[in-house]
Design a binder for this molecule. Structure first.
Ligand code: ATP
Length: 472
């Protein structure tokens, strides 16, 4: 008789420091150990890599959190638990992350709705410790938190919630450099730029953010000294493997794994109203431009947003590196726009949305200007509310003149504007993905993970793949 398989979900977060280690790397190692030590364990979907709220101050880099599900026999659950804990503790000892609050969670059975809601909140809002403790209480009997109630549990549980609640997905193949997780890695990755361009030309319709033709920079390699060698992002896992095989990698690597992600789909763009946008929240607001945009020293542009029906005001900043500053600088009073991004508190201004998307919906076509002096033709100045006008040149005064309507010549199109590729952050949809299908149900391919048993100083042989982990 067939023994029933138990479904175990594992969530991990907050394992790295700013420069050493990476939670995705630890996840790769945990997966490798499970596949090696419990070969009969069944994986039926990709591990999940989610990016959470980018405004959260505790993040070290991209606010990533990870989860995966495995089916095994009940009596193997104890070995699974031991493998996970052994890998986590040895990784933490190696990385010795100052300030990291590692989160590890094991959930037995199905992922409940409460975790899906936690994911949405952690993506777009601040999650208070009490909120998570409340969720944990509802999971008594099916949840284990072997490292206790650390901050990392927020991400670990949110990643589990995401596994069942993602609506739009992309995939990322992450490859890891050989050596200790906590060892000294150079910032330079040895990946041949020409091979990236060739791959991009051939697989551009299935991948994105490979190479920035404007600056000549590789977008697949991170900029810090962490264990990630490179990341290939795309819509189709098969295409990611093909893309990786087209690259000339000239440093040794431990292996790679394909994740299902919430990256590049603007998942954090929830609808918000002008007066309810708070610091540490993400979202989109539709509002009118109030006054002339302010150009800050350096080129960033601040735009005041308002509403015809209320006194509420909100600021949005468009940073120079995104290229959106140029569009924002051409906005005028009365324009109707949608702005998306993350809210931060600025001394003296209140909430400022750090914008990663701008859509111009309506352009003001006329404006009101002070009347001209009927004596000398100079523009008059207001003498104060209901006190009429005074000419600053000839001194003529009038209480009967009124403002003139002037047609505006606009050099702006009504459309959506997105950051330039080099400035696109994890959650943000780049221009090249607009209109693409974001399918979360791509079947698990047999080559979803690869580990190199003896990392070589050059391209590793491709045929040494782990046993097929196909759907049961
Ligand atoms: P890496 O990308 O290398 O994994 P990171 O940038 O993801 O690093 P973490 O080390 O995971 O940063 O730290 C983020 C911390 O913030 C985690 O403990 C996570 O649980 C917590 N966190 C994430 N999102 C929220 C949120 N919305 N509210 C409160 N805490 C959060």
């Amino acid at each position: 008789m067939c023994e029933d398989l138990e479904n175990v979900h594992i969530g991990l977060d907050d394992i790295d420091t700013g420069s050493q280690g990476c939670t995705t790397h630890l996840t790769f190692r945990v997966l490798r150990s499970i596949i090696n030590q419990i070969p009969q364990a069944v994986f039926s979907d990709y591990p999940v890599l989610i990016r959470l709220n980018p405004t959260i101050p505790f993040k070290t880099r991209g606010n990533a959190a990870l989860s995966f599900a495995v089916k095994l026999r009940e009596r193997e659950a104890q070995s699974l638990r031991e493998i996970v804990l052994k890998e986590v503790t040895s990784y933490i000892a190696d990385v010795r992350g100052a300030g990291a609050e590692p989160g590890v969670a094991l959930l037995y059975g199905e992922v409940p709705e409460a975790l899906g809601r936690l994911y949405v909140k952690a993506l777009s809002d601040y999650v208070h410790r009490d909120y998570v403790l409340g969720v944990i209480k509802t999971l008594e009997g099916s949840l284990e938190v072997p490292l206790g109630y650390s901050r990392g549990l927020i991400g670990a549980l949110a990643a589990m919630g995401a596994s069942k609640h993602l609506r739009e997905c992309t995939y990322e193949l992450l490859s890891y450099r050989a050596g200790r997780a906590g060892g000294e890695h150079s910032v330079e990755r040895c990946v041949d730029g020409e091979s990236v361009k060739v791959m991009d030309e051939s697989l551009r319709s299935y991948t994105f953010l490979n190479y920035d033709y404007e600056s000549g920079e590789l977008l697949i390699t991170p900029s810090g000294p962490n264990p990630v060698l490179l990341g290939l992002r795309g819509e189709d896992p098969e295409a990611l493997v093909r893309a990786f095989n087209m690259l000339r990698v000239c440093e040794s690597y431990e292996g790679w794994v394909i994740y299902k992600t919430n990256q590049a789909v603007n998942a954090h763009h929830v609808e918000r109203c002008l007066e309810c946008f708070k610091p540490y929240q993400t979202g989109c607001v539709r509002a009118r431009v109030v006054g002339k945009p302010l150009v800050l020293p350096g080129g960033d542009v601040l735009v005041k947003l308002g509403d015809r029906d209320s006194e509420a005001r909100l600021w949005a900043v468009f940073f120079k590196e995104t290229g959106l500053n140029k569009v924002a600088g051409r906005l005028m009073t009365g324009d109707l726009i949608t702005v998306c991004g993350g809210g931060k508190y600025w001394e003296g201004r209140g909430v400022v949305v750090h914008s990663d998307f701008l859509e111009v919906l309506e352009l003001a076509s006329e404006t009101y200007v002070n009347p001209k002096c009927p004596v000398c033709g100079h523009r008059m100045k207001s003498s104060g509310r209901s006190k009429g006008w005074k000419c600053p040149k000839c001194g003529f005064k009038s209480t009967s003149l009124s403002k003139e309507v002037v047609k505006l010549a606009r050099d702006l199109e009504r459309r959506a504007y997105r950051p330039r590729d080099i400035a696109v952050k994890h959650l943000v949809m780049p221009e090249s993905r607009v209109g693409r299908v974001s399918d979360c149900s791509k079947p698990l391919i047999s080559k979803w993970i690869y580990f190199n048993s003896s990392p070589l100083p050059s391209q590793a042989p491709r045929e040494r793949l782990p046993p097929t982990q196909a759907s049961p």
